[in-house]
Design a protein around this ligand. Structure first.
Ligand code: SF4
Length: 453
């Protein structure tokens, strides 16, 4: 990687120093009815951990965070704080909210650096849990249940755990070393992670996992299949690719696994990114770091764009251009047979514009590998897994639970965590209940035997 590229992929926002963090924490009013907490999807005890930090008790602050979150170093970096905790802070009235995301990041990073906290872990004797997928939902279920005395094994299809955290979100927003450190802390809770193992292939199925003795299984497989535009003429031309493939590729390049020539983008190329979500922003901001001229093409208005506002603003600052209410009606080959231009439909009418590459970021849907190899899992017409309310989060297959994007459609990291936390709580009740039933049956059988004697 060239020096310039290396610099371009360094994190955009540096964290606080210790002094800055403690000074910021001291500004908190420790409100009686903390609005910040209401704004946090997982109900983090924000005033409490901020107060501990203001007194210099970073270990206590971390313990308070860990009561609600297994991934604070990640949430501190990628959550839309301006809409959530920070957006609700009363200090907004003075235009100067407490920078809660950066405080959370500081505490989690300090804990990692100093190897601070040691959870007092219970015996793992409440039951055996399999988790399929190691993205935010899977890691949350694993962490929550391991802390509560369950023996947890995660099955991950890729060579390394982390899912979208590792292979989707770019380095400048979420450094891989942060993800690895966070996962190492979850492993330190006693969670076993088995990589390169796709459930639904090579004879490993939900049924075979139950046969191995798992009491319940959590499916947190996300949405692995990106939507294509194959109904649009020219969509299969070389040069039209998926944003997720591009991001995966650039992450591998940043890691030194592949060379620059393997990244499908040359300096100076004209790139269009189709979509208006966070994946589109990630692809656009990554392409501009590799020296491309980037335009995002979004079919709706700016106000309707689902991307996090700060991501959009940073994309604009970095030089990404935006065309609103613009869609592509045809991809047209250039003289070399590759993509040369696109026919655009804009509010002003139809026009053609040159593009060397197009990255699609128009959504994704779940893979059906598990559903097609397991009896009894109902999905909706788009392949999202149906779950019941009682036990909360269980699929139509008994003992198999699901949560995160594979149920709720693609959302932010913290919303996948929120859903997963609720399902984890329900799985704990479910496993406790089946263990009780099993114990009751043994007692009954013993009593019957005794009366026969
Ligand atoms: Fe502190 Fe703001 Fe939360 Fe009040 S709303 S407790 S000032 S972070």
């Amino acid at each position: 990687m060239s020096n310039e590229e290396y610099k371009a992929f360094q994190v955009v926002h540096e964290g606080f120093t210790t002094r800055e963090a403690i000074d910021e924490a001291k500004r908190c009013l420790h409100c009686k009815v903390p609005q910040c907490k209401k704004g946090c999807p997982i109900g983090n005890d924000i005033p409490d951990f901020v107060h501990e930090l203001s007194m210099g008790n970073i270990g206590s602050a971390m313990s308070i965070i860990n009561n609600k979150s297994n991934l604070p170093a990640i949430c501190g970096r990628v959550c839309p704080h301006e809409k959530q905790c920070q957006g609700h802070c009363v200090m907004n009235k003075k235009g100067n909210p407490i920078q809660i995301g950066k405080l959370e990041q500081f505490i989690a990073d300090f804990d990692t650096k100093m190897n601070l906290t040691r959870d007092k872990l219970p015996q793992k004797n409440r039951g055996k849990i399999a988790v399929i997928g190691s993205g935010p939902a899977g890691l949350t279920v694993a962490g929550d249940m391991a802390r509560q005395g369950f023996s947890v094994t995660i099955f991950e299809g890729q060579e390394e755990p982390g899912g979208v955290l590792m292979f989707g979100i770019p380095e400048y927003r979420l450094p891989k070393k942060v993800v690895r450190a966070e996962i190492a802390k979850i492993e330190a809770l006693g969670v076993n992670i088995i990589c390169n193992t796709l459930v639904g292939e090579n004879g490993i199925t939900v049924d075979s996992l139950f046969q191995q003795g798992f009491d319940a299984i959590f499916m947190g497989t996300g949405t692995a299949i990106p939507q294509n535009m194959n109904n649009t003429p020219g969509a299969t031309l070389r040069g039209v690719t998926q944003s997720t493939d591009f991001l995966h590729n650039v992450n591998a390049y940043n890691e030194g696994v592949i060379g620059r020539e393997m990244v499908p983008l040359r300096t100076g190329e004209k790139v269009g990114v189709i979509g208006g979500g966070n994946v589109a922003m990630d692809a656009a901001r990554t392409a501009i770091r590799l020296g491309a001229d980037v335009t995002v093409l979004y079919r709706r208005t700016q106000e309707e764009m689902p991307a996090i506002q700060s991501e959009y603003e940073e994309a604009v600052n970095e030089g990404v251009k935006f065309k609103w209410e613009t869609s592509v009606s045809e991809f047209i080959a250039g003289p070399n047979g590759r993509l040369g231009k696109c026919k655009l439909v804009t509010p002003e009418g139809e026009c053609e514009e040159n593009f060397d590459r197009i990255y699609l970021a128009i959504g994704s849907r779940p893979a059906n590998r598990i559903v097609s190899t397991t009896e009894g899992i109902e999905v909706d017409e788009k392949g999202y897994v149906k779950v019941v309310d009682y036990p909360f989060g269980m699929t139509t297959r008994r003992g198999l639970f699901a949560g995160g994007d594979v149920v709720h459609r693609p959302q932010t990291v913290v919303l996948a965590m929120k859903a997963a936390k609720e399902v984890a709580a329900s799985m704990m009740q479910y496993v406790d209940a089946i263990k009780l039933l099993q114990a009751a049956k043994i007692v009954e059988a013993d009593a019957a035997e005794e009366s026969e004697d």
